[in-house]
Design a protein around this ligand. Structure first.
Ligand code: NAP
Length: 326
């Protein structure tokens, strides 16, 4: 952040640009997964009795396939059993609802996750509402959302829950701060704002119809951005010294855009583009955020990893609640 004075080898002062401190989601996600793994090992010695997550995916969206694969891999890491129900794109809504009903009825399944988005023609709301709230480890069911807004959470949606863990474990204060959440989706923006409010932040929610976004977001000590617009949040949106949490996950393929967004890291990212065809960027322009923010989460390596770790924690919570363990 900002310009600082430093002495060169002749002892003369020179202006250097310090970067915002990076909040490492990988380290904290690993801590959480270790804690979950320990809990699973202590509570369930018998493999057959270990918590079980059923992941349901419909269609062949490549990103969804990667997300589900990562979640299944995380289950293996922490000792949770998992099932992957990969259904063809032409699956009917009633077939999907039948599968959910059978997973609801099974005593050996603790958590159900339906990977979104679902193909056109399937009503996502209907599908989410069909999941037994006791097994709603994503935290998207209306009953779960109602409990959250009353301050009686059972399952907290994984991305905002992960962000709170990141803030707490990085000793970043929440109470009394001005927090701004940009984006009001059901899965990130709204629950994030609720959670920050419950932790005594003064919360402003912004969205696509907000007038003069920068004048509002620039007041925030804590800025959480979840809008799905690559590198949209620039230095004019950020209060000097603020903590910036970048939830966005966008693919970019264009070298000129990569140069503009990644500053000193551009060469590394261009290499990734030439190898893989794309690189990931969040909703925040990292090069500009580095000039102004006190701390920020990187993309990749920030919020995404925490989301998966919190899903593991919610699954264990579901198993404990269902089996009446303390
Ligand atoms: P979403 O459902 O598409 O909602 C986007 C929100 O951003 C909407 O509320 C929209 O406002 C607002 N918005 C769009 N353009 C805006 C602008 N120019 N200025 C201000 N607000 C604007 O998004 P989402 O599901 O929350 O996802 C957001 C991003 O986070 C995506 O990149 C997604 O891939 C990523 N994501 C990452 C994780 C993770 O684990 N890292 C998890 C979930 C999502 P309106 O309501 O007015 O339309």
């Amino acid at each position: 952040m900002a310009m600082q004075s430093a002495k060169d080898s002749k002892g003369e002062s020179a202006a250097v640009t310090a970067r915002a401190q990076l909040l490492d989601g990988a380290v904290i996600a690993a801590q959480i997964k270790n804690e979950v793994a320990r809990e699973v090992a202590q509570l369930w010695a018998d493999d057959e009795a270990k918590p079980c997550l059923a992941a349901v995916r419909v269609g062949d969206d490549a990103a969804s396939a990667v997300y589900v694969r990562n979640k299944i891999r995380a289950c293996e890491e922490v000792g949770i059993r998992s099932e992957h129900h990969a259904l063809p794109a032409e699956t009917s809504e009633s077939d999907l609802l039948n599968l959910i009903a059978s997973l609801n009825a099974r005593a050996d399944v603790d958590g159900i996750l339906v990977q979104l988005p679902l193909p056109a023609g399937i009503d996502e709301v209907k599908v989410i509402e069909a999941i037994d709230p006791e097994k709603d480890v994503d935290g998207f069911h209306p009953v779960t959302i109602g409990r959250l807004s009353m301050g009686r959470p059972s399952f907290v949606p994984c991305t905002p829950a992960g962000i709170l863990e990141l803030l707490d474990r990085s000793n970043i204060p929440i109470a009394g701060t001005n927090a701004c959440v940009v984006g009001r989706s059901q899965i990130v923006g709204r629950p994030m704002a609720q959670l920050l409010l419950q932790r005594d932040a003064t919360v402003t929610i912004c969205h696509s119809k907000t007038r003069d976004l920068a004048s509002i977001s620039r007041q925030a000590d804590l800025l959480v951005v979840a809008i799905g617009r690559p590198g949209f949040i620039g230095k004019e949106h950020i209060k000097p010294g603020a903590t910036v949490i970048d939830v966005g996950m966008n693919k970019i393929t264009d070298a000129t855009i990569a140069r503009r967004l990644f500053g000193v890291e551009a060469d590394k990212r261009l290499e990734v583009i030439s190898k893989r065809g794309y690189t990931l960027v969040g909703d925040v322009n990292p090069a500009e955020a580095d000039e102004v923010a006190g701390r920020r989460t990187p993309v990749p390596g920030g919020v995404g990893l925490l989301t998966v770790a919190m899903l593991m924690r919610n699954t264990v919570r579901a198993a404990r609640q269902r089996r009446r363990l303390p």
